[in-house]
Design a protein around this ligand. Structure first.
Ligand SMILES: [Zn+2]
Ligand SMILES: [Zn+2]
Length: 362
């Protein structure tokens, strides 16, 4: 099966996991804060703003804008520091404000549970340029992978939590299409079924799958999603994960005599989703449950440790994506394999994690 829908807007999701360089306070000419309060991390929310001032496209002009914002916040408004945790310029740079671990002053009642990221400029009529949007997306990925932002964070616009137009109509429209936007399913329906925060999926062709010897179609949307681990090797690159997935397929087809790899999808600690039987073919992962569920399996053994943030993020966004594409009921129930069969799968450590996920029911 070809997943040709993984194109276009979804290419935005194919962000590398590196962290962008951050222009430090000393580099943009900022003054020190008068005081600071520690932010408890990982923060569960991320709030997007615009500064509603001038746009800037060069390092020199962006530095001036950041300094102007700090002066406004500290001198005119009397705050202890610039309000935001980070600022983004259309020069494609990230400017450090209060940073990862200091409570911001950007959204009343939400500061102690969020990171505030503000785009330099006014984005009512037009959205920020690609350089700025990419910088913000990389910063968000970085925040989650470094543990400053919860892997199942919720993204909101300032207007979602306060009576304000911030971050401007044009920018707001953009962020409603980003992964983990507060009401992603609704936004998907309103915008495009393809723009639903779906992660990049490594297709069967890409991991060099064998053809299945048979297939039974799955009637969708299914009411259940069942989480597994493969109880085998873990992997952290597309090459090594592809090799592990091929090994599992061989085992399922040659030793178990099944028609194909048993799972619908597999998740690597490279942060990628690997297509197994896919969205519309019945799996062979949980006896009596295959005709009414999607089976998602983490590559590795998660008895004593949890999958890394990249893998957990990939799985939660795949589940969200499944709902938005209509493959999984929006009132779905999430279970571990051990809830429906005599097994310790998906491993004690991973099981503990998924009991905290939305819609879990033992
Ligand atoms: Zn704002
Ligand atoms: Zn299992």
């Amino acid at each position: 099966m070809q997943l040709t829908w993984v194109v276009g807007l979804l290419a935005l999701c194919a962000v590398t996991l590196g962290c962008p360089a951050i222009v430090l306070r000393s580099q943009w000419g900022g003054r020190p804060p008068r005081s600071r309060a520690q932010l408890k991390t990982p923060a569960p929310y991320l709030i997007i703003h615009h500064t509603a001032g001038n746009r800037c496209t060069t390092p020199a002009s962006c530095r001036r804008q950041v300094m102007a914002v700090q002066t406004l916040h500290m001198v005119t408004w009397g705050w202890s520091d610039i309000g935001y945790n980070f600022l983004i310029g259309e020069d494609g740079r990230v400017y450090g404000g209060r940073g990862w671990t200091t409570i911001g002053a950007h959204a009343k009642n939400w500061n102690d549970k969020s990171l505030g990221i503000s785009f330099l400029g006014t984005f009512t009529e037009t959205a920020p340029n690609a350089a700025a949007l990419n910088a913000a997306r990389r910063l968000i990925q970085c925040a989650a992978s470094r543990g400053f932002l919860s892997y199942n964070y919720t993204l909101k616009g300032h207007r979602d939590v306060s009576p304000t137009d911030c971050p401007g109509d044009a920018l707001y429209k953009v962020i409603t299409q980003w992964p983990r936007f507060k009401d992603a399913a609704a936004a998907c329906v309103a915008l495009s079924a393809l723009a639903c925060g779906c992660p990049t999926i490594v297709t069967r062709a890409q991991w060099q799958a064998r053809s299945p010897t048979g297939r039974t179609s799955l009637s969708t949307p299914v009411p259940y999603v069942i989480i597994h681990h493969t109880a085998g090797s873990s992997c952290t690159s597309q090459a090594s994960c592809s090799q592990v997935v091929r090994g599992i397929q061989n085992y399922h087809m040659d030793s178990q005599g099944w028609s194909d790899i048993s799972y619908n999808f597999l998740i690597g600690e490279d942060g990628r989703v690997y297509e197994g039987r896919g969205w519309t073919t019945r799996g062979a992962h949980a006896t009596n449950w295959n005709s009414k569920s999607l089976g998602i399996s983490f590559l590795g053994t998660f008895t004593n440790r949890v999958p890394n943030a990249a893998a957990l993020n990939a799985a939660t966004s795949l589940i969200q994506c499944a709902v938005s594409r209509g493959a999984l009921s929006n009132s779905y129930t999430l279970k571990g394999h051990c809830n429906v069969g005599q097994t310790s799968c998906p491993g004690d450590a991973l099981y503990k994690v998924i009991t905290q996920w939305p819609n879990f029911k033992a």
